[in-house]
Design a protein. Structure first.
Length: 255
């Protein structure tokens, strides 16, 4: 069965090659626990696969395009982060293959009470045009959470957007959509998680009184039996120049 690789070898091996094509994946956790590092590493390593620096397996399908969608973040800031974390060679492939789209700047002059919902409408139009066979990172959607949660209309608008995106992406070929959400500890994202095909949860844990480490576990994933959800637990580290690393996985085999 076809899989879209994440580029993170230990995770792809555990998932039978990667993520089912057409999936919307939420990556949730506290600030600094790993969601942003995950999507950055995956984007860089998939660019390396497209450049031939890393290999893809026989059943793996790599998206034709890669988009990093922001709502006002400076492209130069992200490129500097990639260069400092991954080195010149991998940065060069990231620069070559990953395209940026800032949807916030064109709407700032029209900002009003419905500004967050206007952003979602603009984002949906963009994804319908460019989503097919693409890896898409919605890197700053989490920044809209507090604004959208401030009103019933806004929150329902976000849930509707995610459900529609999750449904439509099944017709977009070898696509994969990442939505990293770094939030405060204890914040309930249960409603959002029901809108996704998969949820990877990142946590800080204390294995001892003076130690703290990060872990990632699979909360759910489409086409993986629910009996296996939560069974794949990884320790998380960040090791330049290869980025986020996941170790000590429990090997799982999805259908």
């Amino acid at each position: 069965m076809k899989r879209v690789p994440t580029g993170i070898l230990s995770l792809d091996e555990a998932l039978g090659g990667g993520i089912p094509p057409g999936s919307l994946l939420l990556l949730v956790g506290e600030v600094g626990s790993g969601p942003q590092e995950f999507v950055l590493t995956s984007s860089v390593l998939l660019a390396a696969v497209k450049a031939g620096l890393l290999e893809a397996g026989g059943e793996q399908v790599v998206p034709e395009r890669m988009w990093w969608v922001t709502f006002g973040r400076q492209e130069s800031d992200l490129r500097e982060e990639v260069l400092s974390s991954f080195g010149q060679e991998l940065y060069g492939e990231f620069d070559r293959w990953v395209r940026f789209r800032d949807l916030g700047e064109p709407l700032l002059s029209l900002a009003g009470p419905d500004f967050p919902l206007d952003l979602l409408d603009s984002l949906h139009r963009f994804l319908r045009e460019e989503g097919r066979d693409s890896l898409i990172v919605l890197s700053e959607l989490g920044n809209l959470l507090s604004q959208l949660r401030g009103s019933e209309r806004g929150w329902r608008g976000l849930l509707l957007f995610l459900r529609r995106l999750q449904r439509e992406s099944k017709g977009w070929g070898n696509s994969l959509i990442y939505v990293p959400l770094e939030v405060g500890g204890g914040e309930d994202l249960g409603e959002l998680e029901t809108c996704a095909d998969g949820v990877f949860a990142f946590e800080w844990i204390r294995p001892g009184p003076y130690k703290r480490k990060r872990v990632m576990y699979l909360r759910r994933l489409r086409r993986l039996p629910s009996s296996l959800w939560g069974d794949a637990v990884f320790e998380v580290s960040f090791v330049p120049p290869m980025g986020l690393q996941l170790t000590k996985p429990e090997l799982i085999k999805g259908g």
